[in-house]
Design a protein around this ligand. Structure first.
Ligand code: OGA
Ligand code: MN
Length: 295
């Protein structure tokens, strides 16, 4: 068994040949993909015409999946897809494009901010696996920023300063940035801030990375405005163009990324056109920081 990888960017990201993700992976293929993920952090598999069941089976080869019902503003029974999917399409349960002022649509525009999936959960996600069933014809790229390279490129004094900092992450913060503040008390109660280390070490590659994202609201022990200004500076540094790969979608691309090593965001597209993107998410296995007791 061999997998071939063609780099898509000078720093990270690769395109994989020689794997049919619709078939059950052999243990050797799983190991080879994991090794490639440790190096590239985002892998693109072209022409993968998957059913939802096949996407679930492929994803489960890498660990337990996150269930996405009950996170954010999604409610059980109101979802278009199986509960192990994050529906990042612009479609409603009736498969029609959501109206411009649709609440779920406005909420999901938060994906246009740089983020790392599920950083608002105490144990955040490992891989995200996104299948492009119907892709945007203009715009709608998914951009990735290599947070390992961003860490490496910090000056020594900043590396010392960030080493032991811990941030608070919450969906409330990222939605506040968007001006989306009509959250119910029940929704807010599911979005209580969690703590994440600002520097994390990847168990596979051994590399350190900056753990940033739009869900950050403050740094523990810092005044909030000072924390937000610093996080903005770090984010600007981490998303300089040299460290960003922009994925231009072709139909049936399957893109796998490691949330422990990257941030990502979606770019603007014509939302009167169907964009049907379906994400499965491999759950993480470790905290990055101690949580507040009782939180
Ligand atoms: C995601 C996400 C980006 C996109 O699936 O986690 O942020 O391109 N989506 O839709
Ligand atoms: Mn995302």
């Amino acid at each position: 068994m061999s997998i071939e990888i063609t780099p898509l960017h000078p720093v990270f990201a690769g395109e994989v040949a020689g794997i049919d993700t619709a078939q059950k992976l052999t243990p050797a293929e799983v190991v080879a993909i994991e090794a490639a993920m440790d190096r590239y952090a985002v892998l693109v598999f072209r022409d993968q015409r998957l059913t939802d069941e096949q996407q679930l089976a492929f994803s489960q080869a890498f660990g337990e999946l996150e269930f996405t019902n009950g996170t954010g503003i999604s409610k059980p029974g109101e979802q278009r897809l199986h509960p192990a999917f994050a529906d990042v399409s612009n479609l409603g349960q009736d498969n029609q494009v959501l109206a411009r002022d649709n609440r779920r649509r406005l909420y999901s525009l938060g994906n246009m901010l740089w983020h790392s999936d599920s950083s608002f959960k105490p144990v955040p996600a490992n891989y995200s696996i996104l299948s492009g069933r119907v892709v945007a014809t203009a715009g709608g790229e998914t951009e990735f920023a290599d947070m390992r390279a961003a860490y490496d490129a910090l000056d020594d004094a900043t590396k010392v300063e960030v080493e032991h900092l811990v941030c608070e992450h919450s969906l409330i913060y990222s939605r506040e940035v968007m001006g989306f503040d009509d959250l119910t008390e029940a929704e807010r109660a599911t979005m209580r801030p969690v703590r994440q280390a600002l520097v994390r070490t990847h168990p596979g590659s051994g590399r350190k990375s900056l753990y940033l994202g739009s869900h950050i609201g403050t740094i523990i022990g810092w005044p909030m405005p000072e924390a937000r200004a610093f996080v903005r500076d770090l984010t600007e540094h981490a998303t300089q163009r040299r460290l960003v790969y922009a994925h231009r979608w072709r139909p049936f691309d399957l893109v796998v990324w490691d949330n422990r090593a990257l941030m990502h965001r979606v770019r603007r597209y014509d939302s009167t056109q169907v964009r049907d993107m379906r994400r499965t998410t491999v759950a993480g296995t470790a905290l990055t920081a101690a949580q507040l007791v009782g939180a």
